[in-house]
Design a protein around this ligand. Structure first.
Ligand code: ADP
Length: 186
């Protein structure tokens, strides 16, 4: 399966991504993890990305699109993948569409994990990652609302969007995710 996983910061996307990877074994392409690894390794891309990440802003589209284009060519992506944290803007979604059209490998589903914004702020404030200070959290939520939420309409129009309610225990949410993906996996 080729899955795009969308959800605001704090929705529990990372936890559910791990569940999806364990259950369906797609390659896991987390752009947040890739950028943090590049930053920690001190590469040029990592240094550039850190300027944006530490401010809660999105890194420029061309940076992340380049990373994903290379990654999708790796052999482990042949059997399917979970795109976790990408695309995050309409420009990224269009770039992805172009890449996949060229490979003749359309997406199977875009899964949205939905949680109300008040709940998100509370969850994030209790987490303690370096980019989890209140101002940066607020900025990440704004970036989600302004730049990523438009993707929901974009993928609805392509008949790819499936929304799962992210409120409840990890197990409850995982069961909802599974029932949706089982339908698509067939
Ligand atoms: P979260 O979903 O908790 O905000 P992620 O781990 O997915 O965090 O991403 C952390 C940071 O990495 C983002 O705030 C952003 O700066 C950067 N980032 C990750 N994916 C993308 C992307 N597709 N486009 C631009 N920036 C990204």
């Amino acid at each position: 399966m080729r899955i795009v996983f969308i959800g605001p910061p704090g929705a529990g996307k990372g936890t559910q991504a791990d569940f999806i990877v364990e259950t369906y074994k797609p390659a896991h392409l987390s752009t947040g993890d890739m950028l943090r690894a590049a930053r920690d390794a001190g590469t040029e891309v990592g240094k550039e990305a850190d300027k944006y990440m530490s401010a809660g802003q999105l890194v420029p589209d061309e940076v992340i699109v380049g990373i994903i284009a290379e990654r999708l060519d790796e052999p482990d992506c042949q059997a399917g993948y979970l795109l976790d944290g990408f695309p995050r803007t309409i420009a990224q979604a269009e770039a992805l569409d172009a890449m996949l059209a060229e490979k003749n490998t359309p997406l199977d589903v875009v899964l949205e994990l939905r949680v109300a914004e008040e709940e998100l702020f509370n969850r994030l404030a209790g987490r303690g990652r370096a980019d989890d200070t209140p101002d940066v959290i607020r900025q990440r939520l704004v970036a989600y609302r302004e730049q990523t939420e438009p993707l929901l309409k974009y993928y609805t129009e392509k008949n790819l969007l499936v929304t799962v309610d992210g409120l409840g225990t990890v197990e409850e949410v995982a069961a909802r995710v599974k029932s949706e993906l089982d339908i698509i996996a067939g």
